[in-house]
Ligand binder design. Structure first.
Ligand SMILES: [Zn+2]
Length: 359
């Protein structure tokens, strides 16, 4: 299994924040200087002066892009420049991914974020939308399915439901069966790709809770995006991202800023050329929460995975098992900080936490 290792290199202050991990298969790559024959690791994470993205020349109206196939890198020994080849994959498909998150406080000093993306070929999205709307219509026939959103945390909260006129008839068993049907729906969609990342952190003395919360959330968001870019462009797929608009008035930065920083910062790194393989990655779009059925599915997946962690952590009885959602590519961090991933039906707890039931 391939993972992403923490590189023990380039700790200089100007290092881009966006990229901190390297895909494991790049750890052994060496470049030999043609002038002095020194063999060295390419400066994967060093920031170049401008973003290295596919370009469209001025006065050119066609559909193509100019893609960089080699980059000039500097030898650390003699200072000579030489050309270093970067991969290029021809784009074959597109996929639109919808992302949403769930948050859980595991204990007084431990917080967890679960981010999920649900995506498919743009041609399949209308079909998925219809299936979700049909299910919503079946359970709430009097309501227009687009007029309410599946916000899992609220819907599973009996007190919240009783306060809502439109969900008054949803008792425990109706609610349970709605979510069982949603599980089955996700399971049946074999052409839909689902990714999930969990990141948790403990609050250390002297660091504000809000800071830890924001960093933990941003790290999850960033790594999910970079992993997906790497994973999808490898197969010639151009990912498009659509996220819940989280614009807040409290001055926090949020996904909108993280996404633009991520692209601008990482595009200046040699590593980005490897991850994107000459396929253009457009900045994510932000839409109102739950406004797309795939966002509602992403909310549900994030909830189930966060809930799973919560029940295991507190040694409670398991009520929602991610195994019922079908195959998902799960990402998480190992004890050493490495990013790990596995596409599987049951949650790969041991991969991230070892054998400790609540590590
Ligand atoms: Zn040299």
């Amino acid at each position: 299994m391939r993972g992403y290792a923490f590189p023990q290199m380039n700790e200089e202050p100007g290092r881009p924040r966006a990229l901190t991990h390297l895909p494991e298969d790049l750890l052994d790559v060496r470049h030999t200087c043609p002038n002095c024959s020194t063999s060295f690791a390419p400066p994967w994470l060093e920031r170049m002066s401008s973003p290295m993205v596919p370009i469209k020349p001025d006065n050119y109206e066609g559909p193509g892009r100019w893609v960089r196939l080699t980059l000039s890198i500097r030898c650390p020994s003699c200072g000579g420049q030489s050309e270093f080849g970067v991969p290029y994959v021809k784009m074959k498909t597109r996929c639109i991914f919808h992302g949403d998150e769930a948050e859980r406080q595991l204990s007084e000093d431990r917080i967890l974020f679960s981010y999920s993306t649900v995506g498919a070929d743009p041609k399949l999205i209308p079909e998925i939308n219809q299936a979700v709307w049909a299910l919503k219509r079946e359970f709430s026939p009097k309501l227009e399915p687009k007029s309410w959103r599946i916000h899992t945390k609220d819907l599973l909260n009996g007190r919240w439901r009783r306060k809502q006129d439109r969900f008054k008839e949803w008792d425990e068993s109706i609610t349970r069966s709605f979510f069982e049907r949603l599980e089955k729906l996700l399971c049946s969609m074999t052409d839909v790709f689902v990714f999930n990342i969990v990141n948790s952190a403990s609050i250390k003395p002297g660091i504000e809770f809000a800071t830890v919360r924001e960093n933990t959330k941003e790290e999850a968001f960033r790594w999910l995006l970079l992993f997906m870019i790497d994973n999808l462009t490898r197969q010639g797929c151009q990912p498009h991202f659509l996220f819940d608009d989280d614009r807040k008035s409290d001055g926090r930065r949020g996904e909108r800023n993280w996404a633009s920083d991520l692209l601008v910062d990482s595009q200046k790194c040699l590593l980005y050329n490897y991850l994107s393989r000459g396929i253009e990655i457009v900045p994510p779009h932000f839409v109102p929460p739950g406004s797309e059925p795939c966002l509602e599915l992403a909310d549900f997946v994030s909830y189930v995975v966060a809930r799973y962690h919560y029940t295991r952590w507190l040694k409670l009885q398991l009520d929602y098992d991610p195994a019922r959602l079908g195959a998902i590519t799960y990402l998480g961090f190992g004890a050493s900080g490495d990013l790990r991933f596995h596409r599987t039906k049951s949650y790969p707890w041991e991969l991230f936490y070892g054998n400790d039931p609540a590590s």
